[in-house]
Design a protein around this ligand. Sequence first.
Ligand code: GLY
Length: 374
Amino acid sequence: MIQFEVEADRLLFDDAMRFARSQIKKLIESHPDFYPMYTQGGKWKHEGPVWTHWCDGFLGGMMWLFHRHLGDKHPDARYWKKQAIRYSKPLEPRKFDRDVHDLGFIFMPTYHPWHRVTGEEALKDVLIQAGQTMALRFRERGQYLRSFVADDSLFIDIMANVGIIFYAARETGDRKLREAATRHALTTRRVLVRGDGSTAHEGIFDLETGEFLRQSTHQGYRGDSCWSRGLAWAIHGFTTCYEYSRDPRFIETAEACADYYITHTPADGIPPWDYNAPPESRRQVDTSAAAITAAGMLRLSRLLADPVKGHFYWSTAVHILRSLCEMYLAKDDPSWEGILKGGVYHIHKNLGVNESVMWGDYFFIEALEHVLRP
Ligand code: GLY
């Protein structure tokens, strides 16, 4: 077990977990069966547009993480399990959803822990179907899973979803599924991850020939910039690919992206929303990128053969979590409904800028649960 260097960290993180549980409890009591995406002025319920429908797994996912963190014997464990099932169950029809590239985000935080807790086969079938549906996005010409915006588009975000195809391949023994996931990850590595470990948001392909044409973006500053959340998806996603495949190219890529994060992020460990945005704009951080990175680095740290490097990523993740807890936890603002402040959804569309975002809160809890695990 990797020990905490300072017991104060454990207290800080335990306290953050308690705060997170109380925020989620208040949310589900005030807005039952509502699946939020980002806050407006700190409030979850509003009429702001969503752009795409990708976040519904994160609320139930947090509840499964609370359940795992507390353990079965804790007096609140039954409550969180019941709520987690309540918020996971309605997602099942989305296993056939072909409109989004986000089925990993919807099902891995929900049906995966649900299956682990209960062992019910039907839950595994849902995960397998979702993985099979995701794989239908694969384009032979170009060798990638198409993004939700168009056939010629590949998003870095898909790296954080491709794990569900690896899962379905493993559980069914279907080699074609495994091939699709592997090829997608290799194409992403080739066209979106640059030599310095930075990442582009989107790749555009020629539909006729499959030729890669250029890097582009929707949520980043420019096609040739490094959008910090995209980088975070790459760190988390390539780590997951390695967990399933043990292909050394994926862990090398995860490390290259993690090292870019470490060498380009300010000393507190919280990145600007885009590393290449103009200085004034770079003052806007994205805490969700920090939370995803911390969660990814914790997993990466356990996979490395070199214990020194493993410890380095582990302590970097702890440092990021410490900064999030000390500077961005919404604890001192009783009117704020989210957990972490300082997230960004879509800066150009002015959606969820400097707000709480569901995925930021989810990956923050994922990282805390991991770091606090006995
Ligand atoms: N759609 C994934 C993201 O905004 O990061």
